[in-house]
Design a protein around this ligand. Sequence first.
Ligand code: SF4
Ligand code: SF4
Length: 291
Amino acid sequence: MEVNCAGCAGCCIDWRSLDEDGPDHERRGPWRPLDDTDNFLALTRDEIRAFLESGLGDALTPRLWEGDGGDDGDGLEIDGHHVATVAGRPAFFVGLRKPPKPVAPFDLAEPRWLPTCVFLDPTTLQCRLYDDDLFPAECEEYPAHNLTLEAETECERVEDAFGGDRLLEDDPGDVDGLLLGPGAIGAKVFAHPRPEDLEGVVERAAREELSWADRAEFLAVAAASSPGTIAVSESHYDRGRERALEADSWVGAAIEAWHDRCDGDERPEAELARVIEDRRGAPGTPGWDER
Ligand code: SF4
Ligand code: SF4
């Protein structure tokens, strides 16, 4: 897809606070995310396994949903939340974490603390995974899936809010990896086989206070899932949980440091990324000439 991404990063950032009249597109319908993140990037089972095997499990987090389910779903009561289910099991995505980072997208004069994908370099507004096998398919394809589904794209939202041309073509062409309906189960939408184990966890998810063991539990179930079914492989579960609990990459340390800086009311300066990410081993970004 031809898009003008330089200085944008609209699909990598939760920028609702810059456009309070904009649509809260992830919170429509009978099921709403338990967390308050926007532009949550859901990964496939194989991508989750690859992150875990690369020691980057600390970049990942689950998303659950709650609501009344409308006509489509029964749900389960856990910790006072009516949680969305698949075949009676709590349903969840796994995606990339978004700590607060000092970013200045859309030609803002000064950086602001905004929830930002853990792999976005705040100084270049480019992805640190562009040249990596771990670059998620959803990011590679964006915004083709939205266009195929006739859903508004983040590029268009940025144009509406800040002007300029971001979406340079509107034909998505042939799209790979569009997982919908039953085909998504076990491949992108996962089902936790032991709802009783999630007591306490659901409330922590709603408060965005999941422990590392909580996250590891969801990552292990996702990694052990089987596309098209709700089956969970015990051996893959054990392997996934072990890899998740072992994860100790630059990403996890950087996320903690970003939260500390933001909570400490530090002035948001993009150059902080040199200390917080680069010196911990974050890969560099290619520059716009190379894209
Ligand atoms: S919102 Fe569109 S133009 Fe902006 S970075 Fe994402 S794909 Fe590129
Ligand atoms: S992985 Fe890269 S392209 Fe995808 S949301 Fe994160 S920073 Fe953006």
